[in-house]
Write a protein that binds this ligand. Structure first.
Ligand code: ATP
Ligand code: MG
Length: 369
């Protein structure tokens, strides 16, 4: 039986509540002998700051470096509003991303049939939707220099942000997108704005070359980012994988999120470069939602985003894609059974707690086995 090191970082707010439900499922996989998950749990964010004055400790970073995957809950909350900038809870997540070299952010937008009416769009536009946005996460306008505001006098200031992309950064994100497409419906749409941006020109050139050299079997389409946004709300099912830069990815993935309903449903993965020896990529999996301090500690949080994040880990880190499908199937079944947490509540459905939802999903997984 293959064994994997899994680091759980529950964090703050509803993080620990939803992580506990994912852990129940992790432990079930081990108990069944499907794979052996050697789990370790550690502090991150505000809880880590309270314990040792840093949002993530060096010791935790060492454990994360040695792990096959990290399952991350959520960090932050009003309690830490006054904390110094570099010690704030969010700094923990940023350090993990940076030190693990997680340059590829994967955000699936899946519309579960039972929730198609909760979408911002009409049922027939989103029913059966299954797209994957691959966002470049460590470059672009978020980090480019110069980045400054200059005082010009006469009540005038000038603000400058700089978008920078090097060939290698585009190459590696393009490879991730093409490889993922091969495990899906074999199509990539690359979104940029080469009509007004030099980074868009280079993006287009590099993605095309990587495609022609190494992935000619994958269908590649180039789409201007603004048109992509429009197509996402007009006819989203035309897409399989969308690959794009850091800024456009931020916007496009939020649009895609609203196609599927609640924040409590959305998983994500962040991947690094493949290891030279094993080929395995460093990876961190986390729900898209934050720590939701307004509902923390009340058993109201929806654990589905967190459980679906573990499903992504099964697929992308542990080579257990079939089990990922089954776990997602167990989530869909719970929704079909009319089970709802408060955030996805609909008329005629039954509101249940975080742990009841976790238990129902596990039961569906067992029953389908
Ligand atoms: P952050 O700055 O950490 O991203 P945010 O301001 O985006 O936080 P979130 O904590 O992500 O806010 O969530 C916004 C609101 O959505 C929460 O206050 C909560 O009411 C609701 N929410 C988020 N996640 C969930 C969940 N898993 N289950 C139920 N409700 C949720
Ligand atoms: Mg947020």
């Amino acid at each position: 039986m293959t064994s994997f090191k899994l680091l759980l970082l529950p964090g703050d707010g509803i993080g620990p509540e939803v992580t506990a439900e994912a852990r129940r499922i992790v432990d079930w996989f081990t108990a069944q002998g499907i794979a052996r998950f050697e789990t370790e749990e550690d502090l991150v964010g505000g809880s880590a700051y309270d314990a040792h004055g840093e949002a993530v400790s060096d010791a935790t970073m060492d454990t994360a470096q040695a792990a096959d995957a990290v399952l991350f809950g959520a960090v932050g909350g009003p309690k830490w509003d006054g904390v110094a900038y570099d010690k704030r809870p969010e700094a923990g997540l940023l350090r993990l991303r940076k030190d693990l070299g997680l340059f590829a952010n994967l955000r699936p937008a899946i519309c579960y049939p039972a929730l198609a009416d909760a979408s911002s769009l009409k049922r027939d536009v989103v029913e059966g939707l299954d797209i994957l946005i691959v966002r470049e996460l460590t470059g672009g306008v978020y980090f480019g220099e110069p980045k400054e505001i200059t005082d010009l006098g006469n009540n005038q200031k000038r603000a400058v942000d700089t978008q920078v992309y090097d060939t290698y950064e585009i190459e590696r994100i393009a490879r991730v997108a093409f490889e993922l497409a091969r495990t899906r419906r074999n199509a990539v749409a690359s979104a940029e704005k080469r009509n007004v941006m030099k980074t868009g020109v280079l993006w287009h050139e590099v993605v095309t070359r990587i495609h022609d050299e190494a992935y000619p079997d994958v269908a590649l389409e180039h789409v201007l980012a603004d048109n992509c946004a429009m197509q996402l709300v007009r006819r989203p099912k035309q897409f399989d994988v969308i690959v794009t830069d850091n800024l456009f990815g931020d916007v496009l993935s939020d649009i895609a999120a609203m196609l599927t309903g609640s924040l409590g449903m959305l998983p994500s993965a962040s991947l690094g470069a493949p290891d030279e020896k094993t080929g395995r990529r460093k990876a961190l999996y986390e729900p898209v939602h934050g720590s939701a301090p307004d509902i923390a500690g009340q058993g109201k949080a929806n654990p589905i985003a967190m459980i679906a994040s573990f499903a992504m880990a099964l697929r992308y880190s542990f080579g257990l894609g079939e089990w990922a499908d089954r776990l997602e199937g167990a989530i869909a079944t719970a929704l079909d059974q009319g089970l709802r947490t408060g955030d996805i509540m609909q008329d005629g459905m039954r509101e249940i707690s975080t742990s009841d939802m976790g238990a129902a999903i596990l039961k569906n997984l067992q029953d389908a086995d």
